[in-house]
Ligand binder design. Structure first.
Ligand SMILES: Nc1ncnc2c1ncn2[C@@H]1O[C@H](COP(=O)(O)OP(=O)(O)OP(=O)(O)O)[C@@H](O)[C@H]1O
Ligand SMILES: [Mg+2]
Length: 279
């Protein structure tokens, strides 16, 4: 978490929380901010973000999911929402934030990017200021803001991650996903001075695969980041979700696994992630 105390933001027992510079959103009391990212696309960021939001809401948390995938937003598709108002309308002052924050199935709120945001997929000073302003405005009203970022390490993706105090990297056991996760974490350590990042291994083939992968990544990262004097790096395994048919079924039906397959392995794993984050 940030070096600046943020009393409403975290319980001391909850994971992550390594010292790092204050997030750009400042230290005003309010929501804990968590960016969900991955490097490689299509590994499950949106599935994890939406279902984690529902799991946190089940625990009584006020949660906002911000669709930070400005170029190729699809949170609305996964949640089967057909928003009339999106971030685009807030950016162009056609709508207020209150009008654009919508209730989602699962008991949380969303601020959707929709397809109209493609023109903002390049990071300009205007986009930076608008995003920062929006996050500042919503922070006092929620317990959690989850950023569902786009794939890759473009400047928009890195900027949306920089607005969050904590980061959850989603990776699958595939070598391409692991390589991209490693590259992303390395950039976060060097460019954003992060010393602690959370990892969720998605589509795991067997129990314990997450721990194994986390250990391997941690070793390489420590060698790279720890090579600098007085510095260490911690990759913390926050969850492992098995390759689970119910996830595909839920996505096809545009439903939340947590709501429609609450007994599934995937739903249980996401609930465990929420519990871990809440400490
Ligand atoms: N644990 C899982 N088990 C089975 N299938 C999964 C699992 N997690 C994700 N998937 C499948 O992967 C697909 C992609 O997931 P999702 O859209 O969440 O990825 P993403 O990382 O957000 O993609 P993008 O980078 O395009 O934003 C889903 O539609 C689903 O079918
Ligand atoms: Mg996505």
């Amino acid at each position: 978490m940030s070096t600046t105390p943020d009393p409403a933001a975290s319980s001391p027992a909850s994971p992550l929380g390594a010292a790092r510079p204050a997030p750009k959103t400042g230290s005003r009391a309010g929501a804990r901010t968590l960016a969900v990212t991955s490097g490689k696309g299509g590994v499950g960021k949106t599935f994890v973000t939406a279902n984690l939001a529902a799991a946190l809401a089940l625990r009584g948390q006020r949660v906002l999911v911000l669709d930070a995938d400005l170029g190729l937003a699809n949170l609305d598709v996964v949640l089967n929402l057909h928003p009339k108002l999106t971030l685009h309308d807030v950016f162009t002052e056609k709508a207020t934030l209150d009008q654009a924050i919508l209730p989602a199935p699962g008991g949380f709120s969303v601020l959707l990017a929709g397809s109209g945001m493609v023109e903002y997929s390049r990071l300009t000073p205007e986009v930076r200021d608008k995003l920062l302003h929006i996050v500042e405005m919503v922070r006092p009203r929620f317990d959690w803001i989850l950023f569902d970022t786009g794939a890759g390490i473009s400047d928009v993706v890195l900027f949306s991650i920089s607005m969050a105090a904590d980061v959850l990297v989603v990776a699958t056991p595939e070598p391409t996903s692991l390589t991209d996760a490693y590259a992303t974490i390395k950039v976060l350590a060097t460019q954003q001075d992060r010393r602690e990042v959370g990892l969720l291994v998605n589509q795991a083939n067997r129990v314990g695969e997450g721990k194994l992968i986390c250990g391997q990544l941690q070793q390489v990262l420590q060698r790279f980041v720890g090579a600098r004097p007085g510095q260490s790096f911690k990759l913390e395994l926050l969850g492992e979700v098995k390759n689970d048919l119910t996830v595909r079924q839920a996505v096809l039906k545009r439903q939340l696994v947590l709501e429609h397959y609450p007994g599934s392995d995937a739903a249980q794993a996401i609930k465990a992630l929420a519990n871990k984050l809440l400490g």
